[in-house]
Design a protein around this ligand. Structure first.
Ligand code: ADP
Ligand code: ASP
Ligand code: MG
Length: 449
């Protein structure tokens, strides 16, 4: 067995169909160190599953959606030289999916939702391992739930890193001597063996967690862009791919909205100094971004990100002037509901903070419960319709002129909240959601063009 291991993750568009899977197979076959392959569900499948899990649907609607999923999977099987090797297993999975989707409790029970949401990755990994074998790679499909232990926070589970390591060393590593293991991103299991998921986009996180658990040297994230860009290339065609990025910069970008990496991806990489590569499975020859501990250059401005669907909460109590511990009580409630606060500003009698609130997610539900509880100790105002725009860079709080250049560029916009100084790597503003795209473009022009 090779001493230095690589974990390669392929996102939804990369495993969308048989043809894109061929590009992935070429990448895997071209690097002997790639021993673990993590796949997302084929593009579109998880969105269909989320609709099935979260919406009250008629029986016809359910069956129509299941048929759409079936068509995506069957199109791949149809291109195999030996479809019979997987078609029966796929049918069993489609039956399981249909049973879950038609379960009367599906819209109310998060454990059932996760069992359903996991089906996309469970099918794509089955099919992709078959594609790889036909390509000439000795690939086996491995059920990630044997090793990816999480807590029981269904739909947004947290990994239990020490147990994942133990289980991976015992059950996954032995598989690597003879084969390339293909496994599911996004999916885990709690102590009782119940299926959990890591939150949308969680396959990147899975790849990094497994890389940590098997002591891999590198982790590759293969997607539909040729690396991490100065900003989302969908916002402006002036965005440029970055050759190199530090762990801290990448973590900051992911946390503040760069969808190319799940926000938690850099945690395992940081802990174990695992180099992370981001590149395009369609155009691997174009290279990509290396995310490393120490970069050659650490520029003041590295990138601009946007995080949408933010809710701004202001809690206010006249008691704050003399009641010590008010902040603690507020944040205890937030912590109890497992919500993470991104930005905070405080004044004598009030605190404002932002919460992530993507529609149809658990956090939306938890936000409502959290707010109800906060109302019992203070006045609460909730405002919607905001995005957070963040400039990510280095030594931003200490380098002269860095912040003034940013503020000069966006002086025409109404900034609802500004966070600066607590972290040398970012300067964030809350802006009205109609303005956020223009704010990103104007800033990009001022800082990178
Ligand atoms: P995958 O399905 O492979 O996980 P995602 O859609 O989750 O892919 O992430 C890739 C997308 O991330 C790109 O298509 C791009 O629009 C978006 N993105 C947002 N910010 C950035 C950025 N700074 N650099 C590159 N891509 C970005
Ligand atoms: N399939 C999941 C999603 O679409 C996880 C992932 O692709 O990373 O969110
Ligand atoms: Mg993704």
């Amino acid at each position: 067995m090779t001493t230095s291991l690589n974990v390669a993750k392929f996102g939804g568009t990369s495993v969308a169909n048989y043809e894109t899977m061929q590009n992935c197979a070429r990448i895997i076959a071209g690097n002997k160190q790639t021993k673990v392959v993590v796949v997302s569900a084929s593009a579109g499948v998880t969105n269909h599953l989320v609709t099935l899990a979260n919406t009250a649907l008629t029986s016809k609607q359910i069956h129509d959606i299941v048929d759409n999923i079936r068509a995506i999977e069957h199109a791949i099987v149809a291109k195999l030289t030996h479809p019979e090797e997987v078609s029966e297993k796929l049918e069993t999975k489609l039956e399981e999916l249909t049973r879950l989707a038609t379960n009367e409790e599906i819209n109310f029970r998060d454990d059932l939702k996760d069992a359903l949401l996991s089906m996309g990755e469970r099918m794509s990994s089955l099919l992709f391992s078959a594609v790889l074998r036909e390509f000439g790679v000795a690939a086996v499909n491995f059920d990630v739930r044997k090793v990816l232990r999480t807590d029981s926070t269904f739909t947004d589970a947290s990994p239990e890193v020490a147990t994942i390591r133990q289980l991976s060393q015992a059950l996954l590593v032995p598989e690597l001597s003879n084969s390339v293991v293909v496994t599911q991103g996004f999916v885990g299991a709690d102590e009782q063996g119940r299926t959990t998921t890591l939150g949308r986009g969680g396959s990147d996180f899975t790849a990094a967690l497994l890389a940590e658990a098997i002591d891999a040297e590198t982790c590759e994230i293969w997607t539909d862009v040729i690396g991490v860009y100065t900003t989302d290339p969908r916002i402006t065609d002036k965005a440029k791919p970055l050759a190199e990025l530090s762990f801290e910069e990448a973590a900051e970008m992911a946390t503040f909205g760069a969808k190319v990496l799940h926000p938690a991806t850099m945690e395992p990489a940081l802990r174990k100094n695992i180099k992370v590569f981001v590149g395009s499975s369609k155009e691997p020859e174009k290279g990509g971004t290396w995310i490393v501990r120490d970069c050659e250059v650490e520029p003041s401005y590295r990138a601009i990100t946007r995080r949408k669907d933010q809710v701004m909460v202001t809690v206010k109590t006249p008691k704050m002037m003399y009641a010590q511990g008010f902040l603690q009580r507020v944040f205890t409630i937030i912590a109890k509901h497992k919500l993470s606060v991104d930005l905070v500003t405080t004044s004598e009698i009030s605190v404002s903070f932002t919460l992530d609130n993507p529609p149809n997610t658990v956090s939306e539900k938890m936000n409502k419960e959290t707010l109800a509880e906060l109302t019992t100790i203070c006045d609460v105002t909730v405002e919607q319709g905001f995005d957070v725009v963040t400039v990510v860079g280095n030594n931003m709080h200490s380098a002269a002129g860095v912040s003034s250049k940013i503020f000069a560029a966006i002086s025409d916009f109404n900034l609802r909240m500004i966070c600066f100084g607590a972290n040398p790597h970012n300067l964030s503003f809350v802006v009205n959601n109609q303005d956020s795209e223009s704010v990103v473009k104007v800033l990009h022009k001022a800082l990178f063009e």
